[in-house]
Design a protein around this ligand. Structure first.
Ligand code: PFF
Length: 455
């Protein structure tokens, strides 16, 4: 399909902001701190950083090249580059993964709406200690109806924007908001690091105790790197497909990776000092960030205004990610099945809501989904692990195999350089894509399965 009809970013900046909008979200501010906390802190962070650059960046560039070259959704892209083969199933796995991630991501995004509401109404004002904050959080997760409603609301907002199309809907929303989020996070990090007891948190997150590293920790760090960069499910293929010709695509991809990682580290600088200062356990799980943050706002002058701005921005950061998740799925049905955008958004949004319900119910103690029989884990966490870690790892692995061995590194580099900008360190890039990434990711997956240290 002609690119004009599919829509395009208005330029490189539009792409960077939209792709950064996809990458930056709850993965950075919610998932990164609690996963780091559950996996021992500093050593996890180091491994995560290593994976971002050794695996994440090569995969970002490979996905962008595939999208840029084919101007297709993930299934269509593989069908164009490897016609008549099963590679299109890899695109299909990505679309399925995006759909399921969206279903549980919307539940957590719904929590941000609840906290935004609490900040606006002043209900969070009295919360100064971790105990009080725990009570507020408990009231939220103890109310399944509210969580279903909030997830549904978030999905409805996402659907409305995705219906608006590429540069009209998605790009406008991101252009102004991401820079504001960055500035706010820096301010909060400064406050958090200067809290009494905050230094202990910094030590926890930045001093690596290598005795804590297990294959589970390594695998979780890999999953987090991929999740945070929106990799392994075709989001960057889809966003790369809307990239106008002549733009320096590899530079844009690297900027996005740096931006994303900076935000995750900033979130760490906010959460860990505050957590030690407030006496919350780093292993508190998915609720960690929601319990810790109100205690930070309580110690900031004009904390309520800060809290309103922060939760609003967090909701928006989540929204620019849910938009990309839905866009991947929608673009497939529009490009390949000939559906109208409106039909795709309505049907898929509704189906996703249905799948979000068990995740929304899974946080309430006593619910069936709270502790799945035989697994002892809640439905949301299970989805997060299967799709957020395993499926993305498999997706990233296969993208590297495809780019390195099927399509071929020279073709990938040609696509990346089609704008006339040379790819720096292109032989290192080829080596990483062909050898390092597949061997490392496959090795981790096999090791996890053999040793049964599921992550
Ligand atoms: N990268 C997003 C985040 O860190 O919140 C989550 C995400 C969005 C994952 C889009 C995958 C994706 F395709």
């Amino acid at each position: 399909m002609a690119s004009a009809a599919r829509g395009q970013w208005s330029g490189k900046m539009g792409f960077i902001l939209a792709a950064a909008g996809s990458a930056i979200g709850l993965g950075n501010i919610w998932r990164f701190p609690y996963t780091a906390g559950e996996n021992g802190g500093g050593a996890f962070v180091l491994i995560y950083l290593f994976f971002v650059f050794a695996i994440g960046v090569p995969v970002v560039l490979s996905e962008l090249a595939i999208g840029r070259k084919t101007e297709r959704n993930p299934v269509g892209a593989f069908a164009v580059l490897a016609p008549g083969t099963r590679w299109r199933w890899l695109g299909g796995l990505g679309i399925l993964t995006g759909f399921v991630i969206l279903s549980f991501y919307a539940v957590i995004a719904g929590w941000t709406l609840s906290y935004l509401w609490g900040a606006v109404t002043g209900a969070l004002n009295g919360v100064t200690t971790a105990e009080q904050s725990g009570v507020v959080f408990g009231a939220l997760i103890g109310n399944p109806g509210l969580m279903v409603f909030l997830a549904g609301t978030f999905l409805a907002i996402t659907a409305m924007i995705v219906r608006g199309g590429i540069s009209g809907g998605i790009e406008k929303a991101t252009t102004i908001l991401m820079p504001i989020l960055l500035v706010m996070l820096i301010g909060m990090a400064i406050r958090s690091m200067t809290l009494p007891g905050g230094a202990e948190g910094l030590a926890y997150i930045f001093s690596a105790d290598f005795s804590k590293i297990t294959v589970g920790v390594v695998a979780a760090a890999l999953g987090q790197a991929l999740f945070s960069l929106s990799l392994g499910m075709g989001a960057m293929i889809t966003y790369g497909s809307y990239m106008p010709e002549g733009e320096n695509i590899h530079q844009a991809g690297i900027i996005v990776a740096i931006f994303d990682t900076t935000i995750a580290l900033l979130a760490g600088l906010i959460i860990f000092p505050a957590l030690f200062s407030a006496g919350v356990a780093p292993t508190a799980g998915p609720g960690l960030v929601f319990v810790v943050l109100p205690t930070v706002f309580a110690q900031i002058p004009a904390g309520q205004i800060f809290a309103i701005a922060f939760y609003a921005l967090l909701a928006i950061a989540a929204l620019t990610s849910t938009i990309s998740l839905l866009e991947v799925v929608v673009s497939y049905f529009v490009d390949e099945k000939g559906w109208s955008r409106t039909k795709a958004v309505t049907v898929l949004g509704t189906a996703c809501f249905a799948l979000a319900v068990p995740s929304a119910l899974s946080q309430t103690e006593g619910s069936f989904f709270y502790s799945l029989p035989g697994l002892g884990i809640d439905f949301l966490s299970l989805q997060n692990i299967i799709w957020g870690n395993y499926s993305l790892s498999i997706g990233a692995l296969m993208v590297c195999v495809f780019a390195g061995w099927k399509w071929g590194i020279p073709a990938v580099i040609t696509a990346l350089e089609s704008s006339g900008h040379r790819l720096p360190a292109s032989s290192a890039f080829g080596f990483l894509v062909k050898f390092v990434c597949p061997v490392a990711v496959a090795g981790i997956l096999v090791y996890v399965i053999v040793t049964q240290q599921y992550f």
